[in-house]
Design a protein. Structure first.
Length: 154
């Protein structure tokens, strides 16, 4: 009986030591993955589909299957994007090219440059919307049908 009591006491003490050592100071822990100010961290948001796409206020469901991947590199205050699954219609590439770069021009809040195209960036508690105008998307009625105000909501 004495040995069982000693064993239980040893288990209790070991358990207390394990719990007491949890969550301690990890400042010098090489496995600590915290990001500190000034670090150049690349962020990737991959395969995001828009919640909705409109052109001049009209739903454009042909863009529903489109996948966007955005990277953000703080050193350039911008990054790159790739687009897959976009409509193959003539002129669609004037709306979103298959790849390109984006950046925040100057210090203007709410403005984003998408491969030379100025867009408005707006956010809510659960969505991000990118609004821009397309002009001169090509010759012919089919290509010109892409001209107008586009809103992509993610």
């Amino acid at each position: 009986m004495k040995k069982i009591t000693q064993l239980l006491n040893a288990l209790v003490i070991c358990s207390l030591m394990v719990f007491a050592s949890c969550g301690g100071d990890k400042k010098n822990d090489p496995g600590d993955a915290r990001i500190t100010a000034g670090e150049n961290v690349k962020v990737v948001v991959a395969n995001v589909s828009p919640i909705s796409v409109t052109k001049d206020g009209v739903d454009r469901t042909e863009w529903d299957a489109t996948k966007f991947t955005f990277t953000f590199e703080p050193s350039t205050l911008g990054g790159t994007f790739t687009v897959t699954g976009a409509p193959a219609d003539t002129g669609a590439d004037a709306v979103w090219a298959s790849s390109g770069s984006w950046s925040f021009p100057g210090e203007s809040a709410g403005t984003i440059d998408l491969d030379g195209k100025t867009a408005t960036l707006s956010t809510s508690a659960s969505t991000v919307s990118i609004t821009f105008d397309v002009t001169g998307s090509g010759t012919g009625a089919r290509a010109a049908a892409f001209d107008g105000e586009w809103v992509f909501t993610f």
